[in-house]
Design a protein around this ligand. Sequence first.
Ligand code: HEC
Length: 152
Amino acid sequence: MSEVLTKSTARNIFYGGSLFFFVIFVGLTAHSRHYILTKSTDQAHLTDSVVRGKRVWERNACFDCHTIYGEGARFAPEVGDVFKRWGGEKDPAGAHQMIKDWMKAQPSGAQGRRQMPQFNLNDTELDDLADFLAWASRTNTQGWPPRPAKVN
Ligand code: HEC
């Protein structure tokens, strides 16, 4: 005798399945949020200047050319870790200054290199931006984006 899938059984499978996966979805979302807040980002040092620096980053659309954590355009280098690459772990003040000097020195005019525009940011904006990039470099991205992602 063959089993018949009645309408009500089909409906129960549909609702039961939807609920099952919805619960998994909510659980994974909660887990991601918990992980971001407690493990992957430096919440303790999420200062006002870091927040302002992120806004400088957004207002000037730096992601039109750069990626941060792999997000953005691939015309210019990934900058999520630029603070670290420029020695910020050993010498935070030095790396902070290097970022400010870099921003002020663009475009470099160097032959055969892609150029970055001059944004004419004021000193506070540059400090905030450097603080944001320093904070970003302390995020545990689990090795993302994979190297080599640098554009030269
Ligand atoms: C029009 C494209 C463009 C935009 C927009 C842009 N950049 Fe760049 N940026 C570049 C290029 C190209 C380089 C590499 C230049 C070189 O190496 O000579 C670069 C390099 C950098 C570097 C050095 C990265 C490294 O690893 O060497 C930093 C830091 C940086 N940019 C920050 C910023 C910030 C902050 C903004 C937004 C305010 C921004 N950029 C907007 C094109 C851009």
